[in-house]
Design a protein around this ligand. Structure first.
Ligand SMILES: Cc1ncc(C[n+]2csc(CCOP(=O)(O)OP(=O)(O)O)c2C)c(N)n1
Ligand SMILES: [Mg+2]
Length: 577
């Protein structure tokens, strides 16, 4: 039979868990787009910018119940735009399938449009990249790319299909059928026994979970309950453990963590860490007190022992390893009910005190704690949050209770602003019957906020809560102590109502605490079937524990002379300016 590369690409993609593709067509991909337009399984989605395509696809992978996010973009120019989101997926361990066109390989001409060595370009941000040479390779390469993306540490892959391969037909001997593979069972029985014994003998065990544990929250909960152990999460893994479980403490457990977490882990003598890489954010810039008895379970062999030495390291898929560990702990005859009761009471008291501290803080703008508490009250438990990067992220992490797996997505290790708005679109397309909302800083909103037009065009019901403080606050706050001036962190004056009008979204503002309850109710009502931009005039004058803790930790680690220089300079500026 004779088939075109574009037909074959569609044939391959239709067999994978791909429900949508994201991108902007160009002359190198129109044939592929034309094929996708005829698909009953895949819907190609036009975005305004390829970075948004990648962020939307990322959220499709994170929240889509086994789906993989997929891009179809032009070579070079589309790829450089998309690299913000591809990089996020690479560092956050999120599978992503990037299909790009490629310049013609059947002509002699150089200086073709978009001609660039893409393999070199993406080398640092993909697990692997391929250039398809012939039509017969299209299907096997796309299948191999998908398997690569989802196996081991998940991540992005890229397949370049030259435009001539897409356009023209060539002989193809067979049409392979995709066969999914299952996670390989572990053979770490000795390590699991050691881990169970360490946890049994510990005086004050603690549990730290990340995105890699997002699908084993129930088993982690049972382990925590048997051990009477507090559970802390990473930022990316906030949804890996329910915020309303009595043993849940908060993000991280360093001095940059909320009091419930910092206190619960203070005497921790054995830490069970699952699906975490001990990265900079959740460890409070590596200041967390990790005990020598560290049991580290992760899919990445590179992560185990990288930042903190391990006593027991187990490399494997948490969906296989954690149930095995739970079985051993259940069999160990542990009774810590009294310890568990005490721990739960302490966590509840610490959480209540932290809440009261925030609630007592009143200004004429919106109190973040009040906002998040009211939002939680009005949302369904399975509502999906996409959150950007900034002060609003850490406020959400400290003050919003995340209750179900995969209901909180935020850019973490690559930490790329501009994520939340397009990610909400990906999450909504994957979860049309669930509430989807964004918490996004005004600075981040300026990067990708025009993508709201896509939500309006597709009539996606999403509430975009823009935390409007007029600054790049997370950085401005970091500048305050050491520099006492805000260089390039004060934003231009933006009227969000204009963006709503321009994109076809509804608009409303929440100016102060008294408008919070009604404002959220109205926003969620509108967002049943259309996008709404909510201008939240937020109060940022109270710092998060995270910002306070990290600024202090980082400064402390400076060489003595430089620390003295920084402090002296800040003091001088305080007095003289
Ligand atoms: C692409 C990108 N550029 C710059 C940064 C550095 N950065 C981190 S947080 C932040 C401030 C974000 O401001 P805004 O979106 O208004 O959120 P806020 O901190 O005010 O809540 C900046 C500039 C980043 N993380 N990503
Ligand atoms: Mg801001």
């Amino acid at each position: 039979m004779r088939k075109s590369g574009a037909w074959l690409a569609r044939y391959a993609l239709e067999q994978l868990p791909v429900s949508h593709t994201f991108g902007i067509p160009g002359v190198h991909t129109t044939e592929l787009y034309d094929e996708l337009s005829q698909s009953s399984k895949i819907r190609p989605i036009l975005v305004t910018h390829e970075a948004c395509a990648a962020f939307a696809a990322d959220a499709m992978s994170r929240t889509g119940g086994g789906r993989i996010g997929c891009l179809v973009i032009v070579p070079a120019a589309g790829v450089t735009h998309a690299m913000s989101g591809i990089g996020e997926c690479f560092l956050d361990g999120i599978p992503l399938l990037v299909i790009t066109g490629g310049v013609r390989t059947d002509v002699e001409f150089g200086c073709q449009l978009h001609q660039l060595d893409q393999m070199r370009l993406v080398d640092a941000v993909v697990k692997r990249a391929w250039i398809v040479k012939e039509q017969r390779d299209v299907v096997p390469i796309i299948f191999e790319a998908y398997r690569t993306a989802v196996s081991g540490v998940p991540g992005p892959v890229l397949v370049e299909i030259p435009v001539n391969v897409q356009l023209f037909q060539a002989p193809v001997e067979e049409l392979p059928v995709f066969a999914p593979s299952t996670p390989a069972p572990v053979s770490a029985y000795r390590e699991l026994d050691e881990a169970a014994a360490l946890l049994r003998d510990a005086r004050s065990p603690g549990i730290f979970v990340g995105w890699g544990a997002v699908d084993v929250g129930d088993a982690i909960g049972r382990i925590a309950e048997i051990l009477g152990a507090p559970v802390s999460t990473t930022l990316q893994g906030l949804s890996a453990f329910p915020g309303n479980h009595p043993l849940h403490t908060g993000m991280g457990f360093s001095r940059a963590a909320v009091p419930a977490a910092a206190n619960a882990f203070r005497d921790c003598d054995c830490l069970l860490a699952v699906g975490v890489s001990f990265a900079e954010i959740p460890t409070g810039s590596f200041s967390a007190g990790v005990p020598p008895n560290l049991i580290h379970i992760d899919i990445s062999p590179q992560a185990i022992g990288r930042n903190f030495p391990v006593k027991v390291g187990i490399c494997g898929d948490s969906r296989v390893v954690v149930p095995d560990l739970l079985a051993r702990i259940e069999a160990a005859g542990i009774d810590r009910s009294e310890q568990r009761r005490r721990m739960e009471a302490r966590i509840a008291a610490d959480k209540e005190a932290y809440r009261a501290e925030w609630m007592a803080y009143r200004t004429d703008r919106v109190n973040p704690a009040l906002f998040f508490e009211e939002l939680r009250r009005q949302l369904a438990d399975d509502a999906i949050a996409t959150v950007d990067d900034g002060n609003h992220t850490y406020l959400a992490a400290e003050l919003f209770e995340v209750r179900q797996p995969r209901t909180f997505s935020s850019p973490t290790d690559f930490n790329c602003m501009g994520y939340a708005v397009p990610a909400a679109i990906g999450a909504k397309l994957a979860n049309s019957s669930r509430q989807v909302f964004s918490i996004v800083g005004d600075g981040a909103f300026l990067m990708t906020g025009l993508e709201v037009v896509t939500a309006a065009t597709l009539q996606l019901g999403i509430a975009f809560f823009v935390f409007d403080d007029g600054e790049l606050s997370q950085i401005a706050q970091g500048q305050e102590i050491p520099y006492n001036r805000k260089t390039c962190t004060v934003l231009g004056n933006i009227r969000l109502s204009g963006i709503a009008e321009a994109t076809g979204a509804r608009y409303l503002a929440i100016d102060n605490d008294s408008g919070v309850s009604a404002g959220i109710r109205e926003a969620l009502a509108i967002a049943q079937d259309q996008p709404v931009i909510v201008d939240v005039r937020i109060d940022y004058s109270k710092r998060t524990r995270f910002t306070q803790g990290v600024v202090e930790t980082v400064l402390k680690r400076f060489p003595l002379r430089d620390r003295a220089r920084f402090i002296a300079r800040a003091l001088l500026r305080k007095v003289t300016e």
